[in-house]
Design a protein around this ligand. Structure first.
Ligand SMILES: CC(C)(COP(=O)(O)OP(=O)(O)OC[C@H]1O[C@@H](n2cnc3c(N)ncnc32)[C@H](O)[C@@H]1OP(=O)(O)O)[C@@H](O)C(=O)NCCC(=O)NCCS
Length: 310
Protein backbone atom coordinates (compact mmCIF):
# COMPACT_ATOMS: atom_id res chain seq x y z
CA UNK A 1 0.00 0.00 0.00
CA UNK A 2 1.22 3.48 -0.90
CA UNK A 3 0.85 6.47 1.42
CA UNK A 4 2.11 10.02 1.77
CA UNK A 5 4.60 11.44 4.28
CA UNK A 6 1.94 12.96 6.55
CA UNK A 7 2.21 11.19 9.92
CA UNK A 8 5.09 9.00 8.68
CA UNK A 9 7.09 6.98 11.19
CA UNK A 10 10.51 8.57 10.69
CA UNK A 11 12.26 6.15 13.06
CA UNK A 12 11.21 3.32 10.74
CA UNK A 13 12.18 5.32 7.64
CA UNK A 14 15.65 6.00 9.12
CA UNK A 15 16.06 2.26 9.77
CA UNK A 16 15.12 1.57 6.15
CA UNK A 17 17.60 4.23 4.95
CA UNK A 18 20.38 2.78 7.13
CA UNK A 19 19.78 -0.75 5.82
CA UNK A 20 19.87 0.52 2.23
CA UNK A 21 22.94 2.82 2.36
CA UNK A 22 26.51 2.09 3.44
CA UNK A 23 27.40 2.78 7.10
CA UNK A 24 29.21 6.09 6.38
CA UNK A 25 25.92 7.61 5.14
CA UNK A 26 23.97 6.85 8.33
CA UNK A 27 21.20 9.27 9.26
CA UNK A 28 18.79 9.53 12.17
CA UNK A 29 15.09 10.33 12.22
CA UNK A 30 15.60 14.01 13.11
CA UNK A 31 17.87 14.58 10.10
CA UNK A 32 15.44 12.75 7.85
CA UNK A 33 12.64 15.03 9.07
CA UNK A 34 14.76 18.18 8.69
CA UNK A 35 15.77 17.41 5.09
CA UNK A 36 12.38 16.15 3.90
CA UNK A 37 9.09 17.36 5.44
CA UNK A 38 10.94 20.08 7.41
CA UNK A 39 12.27 21.66 4.26
CA UNK A 40 10.29 24.45 2.53
CA UNK A 41 10.49 22.86 -0.93
CA UNK A 42 9.38 19.36 0.16
CA UNK A 43 6.88 18.01 -2.37
CA UNK A 44 4.09 16.37 -0.35
CA UNK A 45 2.18 15.39 -3.48
CA UNK A 46 4.96 13.58 -5.33
CA UNK A 47 6.73 11.92 -2.37
CA UNK A 48 5.53 8.49 -1.29
CA UNK A 49 6.07 5.62 1.13
CA UNK A 50 5.34 1.98 0.27
CA UNK A 51 3.93 0.00 3.24
CA UNK A 52 3.53 -3.71 3.94
CA UNK A 53 2.13 -5.06 7.23
CA UNK A 54 2.31 -1.54 8.73
CA UNK A 55 6.06 -1.30 7.99
CA UNK A 56 7.68 0.93 5.35
CA UNK A 57 9.39 -1.15 2.66
CA UNK A 58 10.37 1.73 0.40
CA UNK A 59 10.14 5.51 0.05
CA UNK A 60 10.89 8.30 -2.39
CA UNK A 61 11.21 11.92 -1.22
CA UNK A 62 10.89 14.65 -3.83
CA UNK A 63 11.46 18.42 -3.66
CA UNK A 64 10.40 21.24 -5.92
CA UNK A 65 12.72 23.68 -7.64
CA UNK A 66 14.08 26.32 -5.21
CA UNK A 67 12.84 29.05 -7.59
CA UNK A 68 10.33 30.24 -4.96
CA UNK A 69 13.15 30.78 -2.42
CA UNK A 70 15.99 32.27 -4.45
CA UNK A 71 17.13 32.98 -7.98
CA UNK A 72 17.03 29.75 -9.95
CA UNK A 73 16.61 29.35 -13.72
CA UNK A 74 14.12 26.46 -13.83
CA UNK A 75 10.91 26.45 -11.81
CA UNK A 76 9.83 23.14 -13.43
CA UNK A 77 12.87 21.22 -12.24
CA UNK A 78 12.36 18.69 -9.45
CA UNK A 79 14.81 16.94 -7.15
CA UNK A 80 14.96 13.33 -6.05
CA UNK A 81 15.94 14.06 -2.44
CA UNK A 82 16.16 10.50 -1.19
CA UNK A 83 15.05 6.98 -1.90
CA UNK A 84 15.46 3.62 -0.24
CA UNK A 85 13.78 0.28 -0.70
CA UNK A 86 13.92 -3.28 0.58
CA UNK A 87 13.66 -4.80 -2.89
CA UNK A 88 14.18 -3.32 -6.35
CA UNK A 89 10.59 -4.07 -7.40
CA UNK A 90 9.28 -1.73 -4.68
CA UNK A 91 11.76 0.94 -5.84
CA UNK A 92 10.57 0.55 -9.44
CA UNK A 93 6.92 0.92 -8.45
CA UNK A 94 7.59 4.07 -6.38
CA UNK A 95 9.62 5.66 -9.17
CA UNK A 96 6.91 4.89 -11.74
CA UNK A 97 4.40 6.68 -9.47
CA UNK A 98 6.68 9.70 -8.92
CA UNK A 99 7.49 10.07 -12.62
CA UNK A 100 3.81 9.85 -13.57
CA UNK A 101 2.95 12.70 -11.20
CA UNK A 102 5.86 14.88 -12.32
CA UNK A 103 5.18 14.27 -16.01
CA UNK A 104 1.52 15.29 -15.52
CA UNK A 105 2.68 18.52 -13.90
CA UNK A 106 4.91 19.39 -16.86
CA UNK A 107 8.25 18.77 -15.11
CA UNK A 108 11.34 19.56 -17.17
CA UNK A 109 14.02 17.63 -15.29
CA UNK A 110 14.49 15.41 -12.25
CA UNK A 111 17.87 15.90 -10.59
CA UNK A 112 19.27 13.36 -8.12
CA UNK A 113 19.94 15.35 -4.94
CA UNK A 114 21.35 18.92 -5.20
CA UNK A 115 18.12 20.11 -3.54
CA UNK A 116 17.69 22.78 -0.90
CA UNK A 117 18.69 21.06 2.41
CA UNK A 118 20.12 18.17 0.45
CA UNK A 119 21.51 14.82 1.45
CA UNK A 120 23.18 14.17 -1.88
CA UNK A 121 25.26 16.31 -4.25
CA UNK A 122 25.14 13.25 -6.53
CA UNK A 123 24.96 9.48 -6.30
CA UNK A 124 27.68 8.18 -3.94
CA UNK A 125 30.27 5.96 -5.63
CA UNK A 126 29.89 3.29 -2.90
CA UNK A 127 26.18 2.88 -3.73
CA UNK A 128 26.65 0.90 -6.95
CA UNK A 129 23.20 -0.68 -6.62
CA UNK A 130 21.55 2.73 -6.38
CA UNK A 131 23.62 4.09 -9.28
CA UNK A 132 22.58 1.21 -11.51
CA UNK A 133 18.94 1.59 -10.48
CA UNK A 134 19.02 5.29 -11.41
CA UNK A 135 20.67 4.66 -14.78
CA UNK A 136 17.91 2.15 -15.60
CA UNK A 137 15.42 4.88 -14.62
CA UNK A 138 16.88 7.14 -17.32
CA UNK A 139 19.25 9.31 -15.27
CA UNK A 140 22.36 10.48 -17.12
CA UNK A 141 25.78 11.21 -15.69
CA UNK A 142 27.23 14.71 -15.24
CA UNK A 143 30.55 15.36 -13.51
CA UNK A 144 32.06 14.06 -10.30
CA UNK A 145 32.10 16.04 -7.05
CA UNK A 146 33.72 15.09 -3.76
CA UNK A 147 33.65 15.65 -0.02
CA UNK A 148 37.06 16.20 1.57
CA UNK A 149 38.18 15.51 5.13
CA UNK A 150 41.06 15.83 7.55
CA UNK A 151 41.69 15.70 11.30
CA UNK A 152 42.30 19.27 12.52
CA UNK A 153 43.92 18.39 15.85
CA UNK A 154 46.84 20.78 16.41
CA UNK A 155 46.33 22.62 13.10
CA UNK A 156 47.88 26.09 12.76
CA UNK A 157 47.88 28.28 9.65
CA UNK A 158 51.48 29.20 8.90
CA UNK A 159 50.84 30.86 5.51
CA UNK A 160 50.88 34.51 4.50
CA UNK A 161 48.05 36.87 5.52
CA UNK A 162 47.57 39.76 3.04
CA UNK A 163 47.92 43.18 4.63
CA UNK A 164 44.67 44.74 5.78
CA UNK A 165 42.81 41.45 6.07
CA UNK A 166 41.03 40.75 9.37
CA UNK A 167 39.63 37.30 10.16
CA UNK A 168 37.10 36.48 12.89
CA UNK A 169 33.73 35.03 13.69
CA UNK A 170 31.07 37.64 12.90
CA UNK A 171 28.80 39.33 15.43
CA UNK A 172 25.48 41.15 15.20
CA UNK A 173 27.08 44.44 14.08
CA UNK A 174 28.48 42.73 10.96
CA UNK A 175 25.08 41.56 9.73
CA UNK A 176 24.27 44.50 7.39
CA UNK A 177 27.69 44.11 5.75
CA UNK A 178 27.28 40.31 5.49
CA UNK A 179 23.85 40.69 3.88
CA UNK A 180 25.10 43.22 1.36
CA UNK A 181 28.17 41.04 0.56
CA UNK A 182 26.08 37.89 0.02
CA UNK A 183 23.46 39.61 -2.12
CA UNK A 184 26.18 41.05 -4.39
CA UNK A 185 28.56 38.08 -4.55
CA UNK A 186 26.53 34.90 -3.90
CA UNK A 187 22.86 35.81 -4.46
CA UNK A 188 21.52 32.24 -4.88
CA UNK A 189 21.63 29.19 -2.66
CA UNK A 190 24.67 30.29 -0.62
CA UNK A 191 22.98 33.51 0.48
CA UNK A 192 19.81 31.61 1.36
CA UNK A 193 21.59 28.85 3.30
CA UNK A 194 23.92 31.20 5.13
CA UNK A 195 21.23 33.64 6.25
CA UNK A 196 19.07 30.71 7.37
CA UNK A 197 21.92 29.43 9.50
CA UNK A 198 22.50 32.90 10.94
CA UNK A 199 18.82 33.08 11.85
CA UNK A 200 18.91 29.64 13.52
CA UNK A 201 22.30 29.87 15.24
CA UNK A 202 23.44 33.50 15.26
CA UNK A 203 26.06 35.45 13.26
CA UNK A 204 29.06 33.66 14.83
CA UNK A 205 28.37 30.62 12.65
CA UNK A 206 30.00 32.73 9.90
CA UNK A 207 33.76 33.26 9.92
CA UNK A 208 34.49 36.43 8.02
CA UNK A 209 37.26 38.08 6.03
CA UNK A 210 36.92 41.82 6.67
CA UNK A 211 38.69 44.80 5.12
CA UNK A 212 38.16 48.21 6.75
CA UNK A 213 35.32 46.64 8.73
CA UNK A 214 33.48 45.40 5.61
CA UNK A 215 32.81 41.72 4.89
CA UNK A 216 34.80 40.66 1.79
CA UNK A 217 34.70 36.91 2.32
CA UNK A 218 32.90 34.29 4.38
CA UNK A 219 33.08 30.67 5.49
CA UNK A 220 30.22 28.88 7.20
CA UNK A 221 31.50 26.85 10.17
CA UNK A 222 29.57 24.08 11.92
CA UNK A 223 30.30 21.80 14.85
CA UNK A 224 28.37 19.64 17.30
CA UNK A 225 26.51 22.72 18.61
CA UNK A 226 24.75 23.16 15.22
CA UNK A 227 20.97 23.22 15.59
CA UNK A 228 20.49 22.95 11.82
CA UNK A 229 23.21 20.67 10.40
CA UNK A 230 23.51 21.27 6.66
CA UNK A 231 25.97 20.34 3.94
CA UNK A 232 28.79 18.08 5.17
CA UNK A 233 27.48 18.29 8.75
CA UNK A 234 24.78 15.76 7.90
CA UNK A 235 27.43 12.99 7.99
CA UNK A 236 28.27 13.89 11.62
CA UNK A 237 27.57 10.36 12.85
CA UNK A 238 30.34 9.04 10.57
CA UNK A 239 32.72 11.94 11.41
CA UNK A 240 32.59 11.10 15.11
CA UNK A 241 32.95 13.19 18.30
CA UNK A 242 34.18 16.77 17.90
CA UNK A 243 33.33 16.74 14.21
CA UNK A 244 33.34 19.99 12.26
CA UNK A 245 32.27 21.17 8.82
CA UNK A 246 33.39 24.10 6.69
CA UNK A 247 31.56 25.54 3.72
CA UNK A 248 30.37 27.22 1.73
CA UNK A 249 33.40 29.53 1.49
CA UNK A 250 33.85 32.40 -0.91
CA UNK A 251 35.39 35.83 -1.33
CA UNK A 252 34.52 38.94 -3.35
CA UNK A 253 35.32 38.62 -7.07
CA UNK A 254 37.46 41.77 -7.06
CA UNK A 255 40.02 40.26 -4.64
CA UNK A 256 40.23 36.65 -5.93
CA UNK A 257 43.62 35.23 -6.85
CA UNK A 258 45.54 37.41 -4.36
CA UNK A 259 45.98 34.99 -1.47
CA UNK A 260 42.91 36.20 0.47
CA UNK A 261 40.87 33.00 0.00
CA UNK A 262 43.72 30.76 1.11
CA UNK A 263 44.29 32.93 4.20
CA UNK A 264 40.55 32.88 4.99
CA UNK A 265 40.48 29.09 4.75
CA UNK A 266 43.66 28.70 6.84
CA UNK A 267 42.46 31.06 9.57
CA UNK A 268 39.00 29.46 9.64
CA UNK A 269 40.56 26.00 10.05
CA UNK A 270 42.83 27.29 12.82
CA UNK A 271 39.83 28.79 14.59
CA UNK A 272 38.03 25.45 14.41
CA UNK A 273 41.11 23.56 15.61
CA UNK A 274 41.45 25.93 18.59
CA UNK A 275 37.80 25.18 19.42
CA UNK A 276 38.56 21.43 19.52
CA UNK A 277 37.61 20.30 15.99
CA UNK A 278 38.82 16.81 15.01
CA UNK A 279 37.51 15.18 11.82
CA UNK A 280 36.41 18.04 9.58
CA UNK A 281 34.51 17.88 6.31
CA UNK A 282 34.36 20.23 3.32
CA UNK A 283 31.52 18.99 1.17
CA UNK A 284 30.36 19.12 -2.46
CA UNK A 285 33.38 20.49 -4.27
CA UNK A 286 35.64 19.98 -7.28
CA UNK A 287 38.52 22.10 -5.86
CA UNK A 288 40.63 19.14 -4.74
CA UNK A 289 43.95 20.97 -5.34
CA UNK A 290 42.96 24.15 -3.46
CA UNK A 291 41.86 22.24 -0.34
CA UNK A 292 44.62 19.65 -0.83
CA UNK A 293 47.17 22.37 0.01
CA UNK A 294 45.55 22.43 3.47
CA UNK A 295 45.79 18.67 3.99
CA UNK A 296 42.27 17.73 2.90
CA UNK A 297 41.71 14.50 1.00
CA UNK A 298 38.66 13.09 -0.79
CA UNK A 299 36.52 10.98 1.53
CA UNK A 300 33.35 10.60 -0.56
CA UNK A 301 32.80 10.72 -4.30
CA UNK A 302 29.50 11.48 -5.98
CA UNK A 303 28.31 11.28 -9.58
CA UNK A 304 25.96 14.10 -10.64
CA UNK A 305 22.84 12.56 -12.19
CA UNK A 306 19.77 14.04 -13.84
CA UNK A 307 17.03 12.94 -16.23
CA UNK A 308 15.07 15.06 -18.67
CA UNK A 309 11.32 14.60 -19.19
CA UNK A 310 10.28 14.42 -22.84
C1 LIG B 1 37.92 29.45 -4.02
C2 LIG B 1 38.33 30.84 -3.52
C3 LIG B 1 37.82 31.02 -2.07
C4 LIG B 1 39.87 30.92 -3.52
O1 LIG B 1 40.27 32.21 -3.07
P1 LIG B 1 41.42 33.01 -3.80
O2 LIG B 1 41.74 34.23 -3.02
O3 LIG B 1 41.02 33.20 -5.21
O4 LIG B 1 42.62 31.95 -3.72
P2 LIG B 1 44.11 32.28 -3.31
O5 LIG B 1 44.64 33.37 -4.18
O6 LIG B 1 44.22 32.47 -1.85
O7 LIG B 1 44.80 30.88 -3.69
C5 LIG B 1 45.30 29.98 -2.74
C6 LIG B 1 45.86 28.79 -3.48
O8 LIG B 1 44.82 27.99 -4.02
C7 LIG B 1 44.91 27.90 -5.43
N1 LIG B 1 43.57 28.07 -5.99
C8 LIG B 1 42.75 29.12 -5.86
N2 LIG B 1 41.59 28.93 -6.49
C9 LIG B 1 41.68 27.71 -7.06
C10 LIG B 1 40.81 26.95 -7.86
N3 LIG B 1 39.60 27.39 -8.24
N4 LIG B 1 41.24 25.72 -8.25
C11 LIG B 1 42.46 25.24 -7.89
N5 LIG B 1 43.33 25.93 -7.13
C12 LIG B 1 42.94 27.15 -6.73
C13 LIG B 1 45.79 29.06 -5.85
O9 LIG B 1 46.48 28.75 -7.05
C14 LIG B 1 46.72 29.20 -4.69
O10 LIG B 1 47.76 28.24 -4.76
P3 LIG B 1 49.28 28.65 -4.34
O11 LIG B 1 49.19 28.91 -2.86
O12 LIG B 1 50.07 27.42 -4.67
O13 LIG B 1 49.61 29.84 -5.16
C15 LIG B 1 37.78 32.00 -4.41
O14 LIG B 1 38.28 31.86 -5.71
C16 LIG B 1 36.26 32.07 -4.49
O15 LIG B 1 35.61 32.72 -3.67
N6 LIG B 1 35.65 31.42 -5.50
C17 LIG B 1 34.22 31.40 -5.70
C18 LIG B 1 33.54 30.56 -4.66
C19 LIG B 1 34.05 29.12 -4.65
O16 LIG B 1 34.28 28.51 -5.68
N7 LIG B 1 34.23 28.58 -3.42
C20 LIG B 1 34.67 27.22 -3.20
C21 LIG B 1 33.58 26.27 -3.51
S1 LIG B 1 33.88 24.63 -2.89
Amino acid sequence: MRQGFLGANFEALAELWNRFHPEKYRVDASLLIQNTVGSPTFDWGASCIEMRDDEPIGFVAVKRSPASLYRHPDKDQYHLTALAYNDAETGLESMAYVKRILRNRGASRLVFGEDTRHFWPGCPAECAKLGMFLMVQGFEEGGEVVDLERDLQGYRYEGVVPEGDEFRRLDGKDLPSLRSFLSTEFPGRWQYDTLNKVEAEGPSTVFGLLQNGNVKGFALLQNASAKLPIGGAIWRSDLGDNWAALGPIGIAKEIRGGGHGGALLGRALQQMAEEGARRTIIDWTTLVDFYGKFGFEPSRRYQSLAMAFE
